[in-house]
Design a binder for this molecule. Structure first.
Ligand code: URA
Length: 436
């Protein structure tokens, strides 16, 4: 076999055999096939797509490039949730303890902020002392003790994705449904969950900008995951505005505390309850989403979810007392206010622009090696649908320094739109696709 023939076949729109895909993946991981050939192949896949069978083979072969988490000895059911990435999306931090309190075990392997989207690991690491670098034994033990644990991807898990993802990032081949499916699913299957709930974000603040694209990705994740023997739910949710009222790292931990103590904002809690309900259904702990939602609400109202969150913070090295005492105080000295430019209704706050501005402020990063800051970001006083007078406070913004606020400000000002007339409400949960 020769890489050039496989590139040519895909360039001309031919379906590749499992052996041909294996040749490309194993050749790239071993270093036998150079990056320029893999780049061409990725671009051919980007334009020509892959059949469902090719996507399933690619996912399986990527999974087999590394090892799989061993959760033997821990009582299941194991269910995880994965979001395709958004702005203000701290759902995982609330969801994992909430669902664990209902008897579902959550082996959560998360990522870091990249581009305009935030990262669960960066948010957790803003808690003083908290570590997200768990070895397999600790991961297993912590799940057994508290029902969930939060870790980053280890080098042993899907090494093919590490190489491929970095290459896709610099060759403009990220936004491809089969490549995203294989990248996400191979990692999720490797963490040992029996069922997976995908939160596929749709809108300006998401990778998938339209509902149609989000639906194509959700269908691909559900179908491919099912072919790999998993129970899968894909929930398409709106990412037009940031989720909740806080965007940042510790700022999002603060909002997580509010949510777990029963005072979370409605949009964030609606999405969290819905995804949590599906996790309980997928894990066999609820007969349907209505029962699942009711169990999730009880886990918050009783304080059981909060207790598990605190137990996990301590277990992963965090200082839970300091976390609580920092709430409301852990803010950079460089602060600016966003105020309504005119009277009217807030028509929306553009999540994409806020996410991009967050990179300047120090919330996120452009390159994987960039540092992020715990004490910067946004607190929204008002979002879509609120009536405002000219000069009303819309958001407080904190940056790592004065220059970062200057650089971010044009985007922040553009993100806010105020106009006459109350905008129509749009649903947050757009569509659900199940394979249970
Ligand atoms: N997240 C991933 O892990 N992989 C992708 O390809 C896109 C988003």
């Amino acid at each position: 076999m020769r890489a050039v023939d496989i590139i040519m076949a895909k360039r001309d729109g031919r379906e590749l055999s499992r052996q041909e895909i294996e040749f490309m993946i194993s050749g790239y991981v071993s270093g036998d096939i150079p990056e320029y050939q893999v780049s061409s192949w990725l671009m051919a896949v980007f334009f020509r797509g892959m059949s469902f069978r090719e996507t399933a083979d690619l996912t399986d072969l990527m999974l087999r490039s590394g090892s799989v988490m061993n959760l033997a000895g821990v009582q299941g059911p194991f269910v995880d949730k994965h979001s395709t990435g958004g702005v203000g999306d701290k759902v995982s931090l609330v969801l994992a303890p909430m669902v664990a309190a209902c008897g579902v075990r959550v082996p959560m392997m998360s990522g870091r902020a990249l581009g305009h989207t935030g990262g669960t690991l960066d948010k957790l690491e803003s808690i003083p002392g908290y570590t997200t670098r768990l070895d397999e034994k600790s991961f297993r033990n912590y799940i057994a003790a508290d029902g969930f644990a939060m870790t980053g991807q280890t080098d042993a898990i899907v090494p093919a994705d590490k190489k491929l993802y970095s290459l896709r990032d610099v060759t403009a081949t990220v936004e491809s449904v089969p490549l995203i499916t294989a990248s996400i699913l191979s990692k999720k299957v490797a963490e040992g969950a029996q069922a997976l709930v995908f939160d596929v974000k749709s809108g300006p603040g998401a990778f998938m900008k339209t509902v149609d694209d989000a639906e194509r990705l959700a269908n691909s994740l559900v179908r491919t995951g099912q072919a790999m023997g998993k129970r899968i739910v894909g929930v398409i949710t709106d990412m037009t505005e940031p989720l909740g009222n806080m965007v940042g790292n510790f700022l999002e931990v603060e909002e997580t505390i509010d949510c777990l103590k029963g005072g979370g904002p409605a949009d964030l809690m609606d999405v969290t309850y819905r995804l949590g309900a599906w996790m309980l259904v997928a894990g066999g702990k609820a007969a349907d989403v209505a029962e699942g939602e009711s169990l999730c609400r009880k886990a918050i109202a009783s304080g059981a979810a909060w207790d598990l969150f605190v137990a996990n913070v301590r277990r992963q090295g965090g200082d839970a007392e300091r976390m609580e005492s920092l709430k409301g105080n852990y803010r950079s000295a460089h602060r600016r206010e966003l105020r309504a430019p005119a009277a009217g209704f807030i028509q929306g706050i553009d999540a994409f622009k806020i996410g991009l501005a967050g990179v300047y402020l120090g919330v996120g990063r452009n390159k994987t090696t960039d540092a992020v800051h715990p004490d910067v970001g946004f607190r929204f006083e008002r979002k879509k649908g609120y009536s405002v007078a000219a000069g009303d406070l819309v958001a407080e913004v904190w940056g790592k320094d004065a220059a970062s606020l200057d650089s971010a400000w044009p985007l922040i000002a553009e993100a806010l739109s105020v106009g006459p007339g109350k905008p129509a409400d749009t649903p947050l949960v757009i569509k659900e696709i199940t394979a249970l």
